[in-house]
Design a protein around this ligand. Structure first.
Ligand code: CIR
Length: 251
């Protein structure tokens, strides 16, 4: 497994946010990011560090720029126009074995709306991802044997804001966030809304990075025989970021 990460911009306090309250503190956000990268470095074979982009406040959220699965890389096109310039450095850093695809005109797609679980890919229809974005995922991965399903996202930026898969066929889902029947046949762990932000985790094998302070998430991970690695992510969250957003994982 290879991970791509990008440092926190000098202008991180200007990152797009729907969260009320004070902007993130740059030094603390950088400390959180450094701990995240250190933890990930211990789990993957190689970490590719993209150059810092001080003119791009959201550049650390590399996940949104591309969807990678089964040797394919589909470049996204964010519904947030101001973030599109972040993609060039991501494209240049992608490992050479990936086959790179572009979206058709009119399609919008943020990686934060795409969740792979077992042989399925869920695509959130959100402010950032439209039906044409979903159709592009379906056209690319459907013929490769993956079951691609669309889910409507309300009251959140992205699909993975309040749900994610730590690995295998397990899904952490915040209660009330989505219709749970779309996850038929998978192992669903319901997380209370008070811990919604914690339902976004990053799994590598049985090790799972999680945001600290979410006891139900930790208990669900333990119950499914994963090893939680808690990390502080409260400043990242002030920019509407969670753990998956901070890396691109490539098999
Ligand atoms: C944004 O609004 O685009 C960023 N401030 C947060 C992006 C978070 N990305 C993600 O959940 N994949």
């Amino acid at each position: 497994m290879i991970a791509l990460v990008r440092p926190i911009s000098e202008r991180f306090a200007e990152a797009i946010t729907r969260s009320p309250g004070p902007p993130p503190d740059l030094a603390r956000a950088r400390a959180e990011h450094a701990a995240y990268v250190a933890a990930l470095t211990g789990l993957v074979e190689r970490v590719i560090h993209l150059p810092r982009a001080d003119d791009q406040p959201d550049a650390c959220f590399v996940e949104d720029m591309v969807v990678v699965a089964d040797g394919q890389a589909l470049l996204g096109r964010s519904g947030a126009r101001g973030r599109r310039a972040e993609q060039r450095a991501v494209l240049e850093a992608l490992p050479g074995h990936l086959v790179v695809h572009a979206l058709p005109a009119g399609a919008l797609l943020d990686g934060g709306d795409v969740m792979r679980v077992a042989d399925r890919i869920y695509v959130g229809l959100s402010e950032r991802t439209n039906a044409a974005g979903f159709q592009a995922i379906e056209a690319l991965f459907g013929p490769r044997g993956l079951d691609v399903r669309a889910v409507r996202v309300r009251d959140a930026l992205h699909l993975k804001c309040h749900c994610s898969s730590p690995g295998r066929d397990v899904v952490l889902l915040t209660e009330g966030f989505l219709d749970p029947t779309v996850f038929d046949g998978l192992q669903l762990a319901l997380i209370p809304p008070s811990e919604a932000w914690g339902a976004n985790v990053v799994g590598v094998g049985d090790q799972v990075l999680m945001a600290e302070g979410h006891p139900s998430v930790r208990a669900a991970l333990n119950a499914h025989d994963f090893d939680p690695i808690p990390l502080q992510a409260s400043e990242i969250a002030k920019a509407d970021g969670s753990l998956t957003c901070l890396s691109i994982l490539v098999d």
